[in-house]
Design a protein around this ligand. Structure first.
Ligand code: G3P
Ligand code: CA
Length: 341
């Protein structure tokens, strides 16, 4: 691993700068190039010069925090082969049913789905090949130590942007995921809003609990982001009114909406209507960091025309403050190139 990091940094180390005051957040690392949430993907993102690196966090059976997108193991690891018979009735392998030692025995791969014949198919077929090289699951602390270690050795200042995944699911079985995450923030010096860290979650009640109970009881603070998903029945509708956004701004520092809450489309991306979400958030002093900006052709809506068109629209026409992207290099190149004109 050390060798990989050294090589990556040797090839293209850039200092962390919020180019044009826009934050580039490496979504699950440089996940467009290397399996998501692996230390290799994080080191690659670091070397590209991002502002923040994202962690999705879940808890193991023995209460360790691990960096994985879901509370399941069966879409990015070989858990089916290593632990046959450990799935629940729904066929899924839950992180909370495995100890950290067991999870460390798994190999991580590019994200896959299972087809009707039971075979693994890459979700992003043009990305890193399935089941090649050797990647492992790591803890939140191990990832922070990588980022802080690189900050020391390179003189950089790249931050963390950690999401509590399904905190209510964890709380229901007695696991306080958010508290454990924020204790880890504190242990590593991220204990005020001045520190380069964000806590994010989709769960509305959990963000309120974090703001009103967890942070005060830990005698710390950090920047809080309310994630929002697009959908027909939307639990975030109330928050996206003037009064709702004002109320949210009393305890949160920003929002992380799906890009399709900003550019609403009724014809599968051919055209869009701009919502007032960004203006509303800015009215109440909130940052806006939409997700997820991807180069993969199916991920670029027709109305944008190209990845660069998508970035121009969101970052400069609409004026969001940063983006979650699987392709940090292309995003930074675009912003820097535009700045240079
Ligand atoms: O946290 C921002 C973005 O990552 C939300 O989507 O599903 O990739 O965690 P997801
Ligand atoms: Ca996330």
């Amino acid at each position: 691993m050390k060798k990989i990091i050294a090589l990556l940094i040797g090839v293209s180390l850039m200092s962390s700068v919020a180019y044009a005051d826009k934050k580039v957040i490496a979504h699950r690392g440089a996940s467009g190039y290397v399996a998501e949430h692996t230390l290799a993907a994080k080191a690659m993102a670091y070397a590209m010069g991002v502002d923040y690196i994202e962690q999705d966090v879940v808890m193991t059976k023995d209460d360790h925090l691990v960096v994985l997108h879901d509370h399941y193991l069966d879409r990015v690891t070989d858990v089916q082969e290593k632990f046959p018979g450990r799935a629940r009735e729904d066929g899924r392998y839950y992180v909370i049913d495995f100890t950290l030692d067991e999870i460390r025995r798994l190999d991580v791969t590019e994200r896959y789905r299972i087809d009707k014949d039971g075979n693994k198919q890459a979700v992003f077929p043009d990305r890193f090949p399935l089941s090649k090289s050797r990647f492992k699951v790591h803890t939140l602390a191990e990832e922070i130590e990588l980022i802080q270690g690189l900050n020391k050795s390179t003189g950089g200042d790249i931050g963390i942007y950690a999401e509590a995944k399904s905190p209510a699911f964890h709380l229901a079985v007695g696991k306080d995921l958010s508290r454990a995450m924020l204790q880890t923030f504190k242990d590593y010096g991220y204990d005020s809003k001045d520190a380069k860290a964000y806590y994010q979650t989709f769960e509305i009640d959990e963000l309120k609990r974090v703001a009103n109970e967890v942070l005060p009881s830990l005698n710390m603070d950090t920047r809080l982001v309310q994630l929002m998903g697009a959908g027909e029945v939307n639990p975030y509708d109330e928050m996206t009114t003037d009064a709702g956004m004002e109320a949210l701004s009393k305890y949160a520092d920003g929002i992380g909406p799906s890009m399709f809450m900003i550019t609403e489309t009724k014809d599968r991306g051919k055209t869009f209507t701009k919502s007032d979400l960004v203006d509303l958030a800015h009215k109440y002093g909130m940052e806006v960091h939409p997700y997820t900006f991807r180069v993969d052709s199916f991920a670029i809506p027709g109305f944008a025309g190209s990845y660069e068109g998508l970035l121009e629209l969101f970052l400069f026409d609409i004026g969001v403050d940063g983006v979650f992207t699987d392709f940090p290099d292309k995003t930074i190149d675009f912003i820097k190139g535009r700045d240079a004109k």
